[in-house]
Design a protein around this ligand. Sequence first.
Ligand code: PLP
Length: 398
Amino acid sequence: TLVLSDRLNAMQESQTIGMAKKARELAAQGVDVISLSFGEPDFQTPQYIKDAAKKAIDDGYTLYTPVPGYPELRQAIADKLKRENNLDYKPENIVVSTGAKQALANTVMSLVNPGDEVIVFAPYWVSYEEMVKLAEGVTVTLMGSLENDYKVTAAEVEAAITPRTKLIMYSSPCNPTGAVFSREELGAIAEVVARHPQVYVLADEIYEYINFVGEHVSMAQFEAIKDRVITVNGFSKGYAMTGWRVGYIAACKEIAVACEKMQSQITSGTCSIAQRAALAALQGGRSSADEMVEAYRRRRDLVLDIVKDIPGMKTPKPSGAFYVFPDVSAFFGKTTPHGNTIENACDLAMYLLNDGHVAAVDGAAFGAPQCLRFSTAAADEKLAEAFRRIKVSLAKLA
Ligand code: PLP
């Protein structure tokens, strides 16, 4: 019989992908399912980027690429970081990877030793914890409070740091809560980190452009800790390029070289065509993203407008990204029309799928078992219909 590795057996299957699969199965039976489980823009990649990819093939960009990325793309990323984030990096500080996901994984695998503690701000993106597990690190989750829009505070970070702490991981704008850290909030955390020279920070800025409050702050802007910050970003969300698989880190030279080494043994350089498309994306600036952001903002408002009239759903107002993440614990212990008890968010997600035909994701996957995550990256009419159905289904619980 096949014996799989302990490493693999310890890993969770991605819950977001699992829920999407169940929704597809129902849809295949002819049920009109509205799937709000996936973290994917419902926009197409802008045409100028597609055109650049076609041209890349004709221009012969079809062979192995340098492991850390094409020099012109690394330069364009360094220019972007200067122009938009006021960060000084050279191309040698940039490593291009197959999605932001690989950029994160490279960093965790390069920095974390067995037993090292990694502080993960919760609610967190599903893969952080699994990556830490793969590296045999110990995840220390720090849960932000609903009252503070789920943002962890500097005092909470200070209290969680031990001599074994190696890394802090967070996303801002945050998947799943949509929280955006302010300059004051990140600055206070940076001050704490500055006092602990063994601690590094992995700042996941993949939702940078999807921000409804305005200022995006990069942790690396705080000079005192800049060399201990690894900034992760990419093209998936801001340019609606999830399928192209291009992301990157910006970090000090030693960490960039480490990530390059890690990547050289696992995937080599990122797809040549996708890299050329990413270069074109940057050269086109961020105006295509700005149009999408307007739609995401409108949808957030549309959803919040319905949710405010659903008793028992408590949600902060998302400042960015494209999710709402309500606390639904008020429904735990209630009974469905079929006489089943809703024990937890997973039961509630299954009930909403079966009764209202709306797919959401159990907050437990994000370290918040009292919540459900709904993506707002769907057409306005679909979103409105989905939340009307949710309201009706929830009202049937007794
Ligand atoms: N980080 C966060 C917070 C995300 O939500 C995602 C995608 O869902 C990623 C990273 C991964 O991005 P990519 O598709 O570029 O690998």
